[in-house]
Design a protein around this ligand. Structure first.
Ligand code: PMV
Length: 327
């Protein structure tokens, strides 16, 4: 017997101050606080139906039956929701992205934000935003940041309830554009879950985490005052630090391709020429060029002529998760 269906939509987000490494792997309690904005126009749409007399959870992903590894990650999250919220029965989940997965556009963030919102609403629960962010975090840390709207800070804490995300400014506060230069569309070799687990093996992780609060304070203030020059310096520093940790972990993780490095150098040069642009990279080779409102069109043009760029996407700050209970 079906007991409820709901539908949710969430955007991925790009971190300006990165999350890398957990203080608690199972609860995904992060080593440091982070700050991001949601990416409008890119989205995951997910529908969940809870069925009491079903024999197990099922998942359709982008119109096809999910692979075993994809299904098991979703089951693990549904198990967390069942045990935290006392939900009974099994879920049928249908989910789709309007952007390529596993290529440095964080599909797990929008996926677990939408799944958490749809699953809890389909179970008849009306949870407040803060609680929803803590539950989304259990599926994928950065998913906590895809629940609130606009520019979002996710707090590090030792307690499940206190590691939540909240909006620090709405999407229309500052029309930054994330111009994403895609240099590879193949699925990344080492995903972020394994990456987080290896972060502490780098001698540099403690130093990165020790400075994270200072960088977060600088970044928050640059966002709130719309100070692009200050934002650019701290965003690049923070991304470089995360990749330094990745490259010095055991085993080391190298996500950059030659085109990645060429674009990072070009972006720094364009900024000295007066263009409002800086770069940040997640666990993949694609480059997120964060642009001031007037610079995005020019940055897009210049990226088109760089060899190795196979696609370009642009996204301004977006809203939070939306939920619709259907039955
Ligand atoms: O939420 P996860 O486990 O996919 O981790 C995301 C990690 C980075 O994208 C590299 C950084 C971040 O803060 O989004």
């Amino acid at each position: 017997m079906a007991v409820g269906t709901a539908h949710a939509q969430a955007h991925p987000n790009i971190a300006l101050i990165k999350y890398w490494g957990n203080r608690d792997e199972r609860l995904r309690l992060p080593a440091n606080s982070s700050l991001s904005f949601n990416l409008s126009g890119l989205q995951t749409t997910t529908q969940v139906t809870w069925i009491e007399d079903k024999s197990g959870d099922s998942l359709i992903l982008n119109g096809r039956e999910a692979r075993t590894d994809e299904l098991s990650r979703v089951i693990r999250h549904l198990d967390m929701l069942r045990s935290h919220l006392g939900i009974r029965g099994y879920a049928h989940v249908e989910s789709g992205n309007n952007f390529p997965t596993g290529t440095g556009i964080a599909s797990s963030a929008s996926a677990f934000a939408a799944l958490t919102a749809a699953a809890t609403s389909a179970a008849g629960l009306h949870l407040d935003e803060r609680t929803l962010t803590t539950l989304a975090r259990l599926g994928s840390g950065s998913a906590a940041r895809s629940i609130p709207a606009g520019f979002v800070e996710w707090h590090a804490s030792d307690a499940h309830e206190d590691s939540y995300a909240e909006s620090i400014a709405p999407a229309d506060h500052w029309t930054l554009i994330d111009v994403i230069a895609i240099v590879s569309t193949s699925h990344k070799a080492v995903g972020s879950t394994a990456g987080h687990a290896s972060a502490a093996t780098s001698d540099l992780q403690n130093a990165r985490v020790a400075g994270a609060e200072r960088r977060l304070t600088q970044c928050r203030s640059a966002v709130l005052t719309r100070d692009f020059a200050a934002l650019a310096e701290v965003v690049e520093e923070d991304s470089n630090l995360m990749h330094a940790v990745m490259m010095t972990s055991r085993p080391p993780l190298f996500y950059w391709l030659p085109a990645t490095l060429a674009i990072m150098a070009a972006v720094r040069r364009w900024r000295t020429e007066g263009l409002q642009v800086c770069y940040t990279l997640d666990a993949g080779p694609n480059i997120h060029c964060i642009c001031g409102p007037e610079a995005a069109a020019e940055v897009r043009n210049r990226l088109q002529s760089i060899s190795g760029v196979v696609d370009i996407r642009s996204a301004p700050p977006g809203g939070g998760v939306t939920i619709e209970r259907l039955a």
